[in-house]
Design a protein around this ligand. Structure first.
Ligand code: PLP
Length: 397
């Protein structure tokens, strides 16, 4: 990509000196600025005390709300920080007052933890959960969604990009349908935050969950939730503490009037500082630039893998992102991962139970998942493809 400062990107990513990292959809390599900020905060806690460090660094801690709000194009009081994407998503989902007969519409590529929550609520409250079929390109069929609507639909909940493929679901088109019908709209943006521009106003979602460690390159154990101010009143978080609410009288409490009602008092402040630094860093590179480079690298990787005898690339969707999934006939993905790891090449294995509906429909059990980020290079892709060629060569099929 002309003009992209790959030298700087790698100079500021110490891990690239040790590994060829194609597991950004798992956990990315953090950048030097994130590492420095996180360690500096931990050192301050060690030197002056945890609470004292929190007081001294109150402004930097508070800055995280402004950083996340600018990343998502929302207000800072619509942001809540939570220790990972799953809990962020759960805090939103389990705060919805479902009743028997309500319907939840979701995507075929829905993430396992989300679907398990649907099944639990269905068993407990008698709601029904239905997956909207895919269109011919493998993305959620928006016309089919429109036809499935009725007065009982209480929630439309979609995974933007599955953990098991480069598919990008059409969340803006879905948002239009949800808005027209006045239906609550929840997005799992765990794999797309930090990988592409995400504008909640354009998307029209009411709730959006995200993690820090993947494409945003923040420390592990960080995540956040967006809650549109207008829907806050209809949501009561499943858990409340003395930060989320105030004990106003012997038998009464009052919840915070903003998204912080979804938070807890105690949290990992070093992680918060690391996350805020990672958001600023991604904004500095520019999410449009990051997205263009990630798409380009992933396209190049798919194009070079596809001709290898025995290799099948499985990604679907009109728009495809940084996650590349493939199989090699005659050798299982876990063994491929092991052989690559011996060469300091990091990938992961996508398994059926992560996105059961989609992988069952495509008769897939396991795939190799190679996920690229902007600090990866064409040379790394060439080295990776060479390694796959050797493995495929030896595979018996
Ligand atoms: C699509 C998707 N949603 C949610 C999650 C859960 O994220 P976390 O591990 O931060 O809870 C993942 C994790 O891989 C994911 O890929």
């Amino acid at each position: 990509m002309p003009g992209f400062d790959i030298e700087r990107a790698r100079r500021e990513t110490p891990g690239t000196a040790h590994v060829l990292h194609f597991n950004n959809a798992g956990s990315s390599l953090v950048s030097q600025p994130v590492l420095d900020a996180t360690i500096a905060y931990l050192q301050l806690e060690a030197q002056i005390g945890g609470y004292e460090a929190g007081d001294q660094q109150a402004d930097s801690i508070e800055h995280a709300y402004a950083a996340a709000a600018s990343l998502l194009h929302c207000e800072r009081d619509e942001i809540a920080f939570i220790e990972n994407a799953t809990r962020a998503w759960d805090m939103a989902f389990y705060s919805i007052p479902f009743k028997a007969g309500d319907r939840i519409l979701t995507s075929m590529a829905e993430y396992a933890s989300n679907y398990i929550a649907y099944l639990q609520i269905a068993r407990k409250t008698g709601v029904s959960v239905e997956a909207v079929p895919d269109d011919a390109y493998g993305q959620l069929d928006v016309a089919a969604l429109r036809n499935m609507l009725d007065e009982h639909v209480r929630l439309i909940a979609v995974t933007h990009m599955p953990s098991t493929g480069g598919l990008v679901n059409p969340i803006e088109a879905i948002g239009k349908v949800a808005k027209e019908a006045g239906i609550l709209y929840l997005i799992d943006a765990c794999q797309t935050i930090g990988q592409m521009p995400i504008d909640v106003q354009k998307i029209g979602c009411d709730l959006l969950s995200a993690t820090g460690r993947k494409y945003l390159r923040a420390p592990r154990g960080t995540g956040f939730l967006y809650v549109r101010r207008e829907v806050l009143e209809q949501l009561e978080p499943p858990f409340l503490d003395l930060h989320a609410a105030t004990w106003t009288a012997r038998d009464s409490y009052e919840m915070l009037a903003d998204a912080r009602r979804f938070e807890t008092w105690e949290t990992n402040y070093a992680g918060r500082i690391g996350l805020a630094t990672a958001i600023d860093y991604a904004m500095e590179w520019g999410l449009d630039t990051i997205w263009r480079r990630v798409k380009e690298l992933a396209y190049r990787l798919r194009a070079q893998l596809t001709p290898i005898p025995g290799v099948i690339v499985h990604d679907r969707g009109i728009t495809q992102g940084g996650i590349v999934t493939f199989t090699i006939e005659g050798i299982n993905p876990t063994e491929i991962k092991r052989q690559l790891a011996e060469q300091h090449i990091n990938v992961s294995v996508a398994i059926r139970s992560s996105t059961r509906l989609d992988m069952e429909k495509r008769n897939l059990t396991e795939m190799v998942r190679a996920s690229v980020h902007y600090y990866n290079t064409n040379e790394e892709i060439a080295r990776f493809v060479e390694a796959i060629e050797k493995i495929a060569d030896k595979a018996v099929f």
